[in-house]
Design a binder for this molecule. Structure first.
Ligand SMILES: [Ca+2]
Length: 192
């Protein structure tokens, strides 16, 4: 009888553990938004705008190559939408050489009182070579039409959408490891 109870107890413990693992992330947890290990299929993108990348990778086996051509964009729906307790966004980007390109990073939100595109955004100048780690706090973004950090629905890289973007035809960057940051580590943007 005792022996037959053990699997039940184990199952209960496992169930408790598993249910705990699906609870909302705490402010101290890192949340992976995209590591590209499953490819680029969740991404909607312009023709020739995004490719799976397995040569230049920051972590794991895959990343994504984003073209800096005019009109290029890539975006995906985000599973983890409530960023209110998180500190900011981290990602790695590789640029083979400095360019004059300026792209937009967009976090699409929602505002029931607005019919327009509701989003946070910031520009990124592709002016370095090698891997660069972006640590972006919430106040590093600007907002359009009163977006909310508790309702972030999509992430988008864009060489379109605004007059201030600057394409660099024929060039591309590699993106990897988009993560939400715990509050205490989202201190600054830095290059490594
Ligand atoms: Ca990866």
């Amino acid at each position: 009888m005792t022996c037959r109870l053990k699997p039940v107890l184990f199952s209960l413990a496992a169930a408790a553990f598993l249910s705990g693992s699906t609870a909302p992330a705490s402010p101290t947890a890192q949340v992976t938004i995209e590591d590209f290990e499953q490819g680029i299929s969740p991404w909607k993108h312009s023709e020739n705008g995004l490719f799976a990348e397995s040569d230049k990778v920051h972590e794991g086996m895959q990343a994504a190559r984003f073209a800096l051509d005019e009109g290029s964009y890539a975006e995906r729906v985000i599973d983890f939408t409530d960023w209110s307790a998180q500190g900011g966004l981290s990602f790695w980007m590789y640029s083979p050489a400095p360019t004059d390109a300026v792209i937009g990073l967009v976090l699409t939100s929602h505002n029931p009182d607005s019919e327009g595109w509701v989003y946070f955004y910031r520009e990124i100048s592709i002016d370095w070579s090698g891997w660069k780690n972006f640590f972006l706090r919430k106040d590093d973004f600007r907002g359009a039409r009163s977006p909310s950090w508790s309702d972030i629905r999509r992430v988008r890289f864009s060489v379109t959408d605004w007059k201030w973007v600057v394409p660099s035809p024929g060039d591309a960057v590699v993106i990897d490891d988009l993560r939400l940051l715990p509050k205490e580590t989202a201190a600054k943007e830095e290059t490594k």
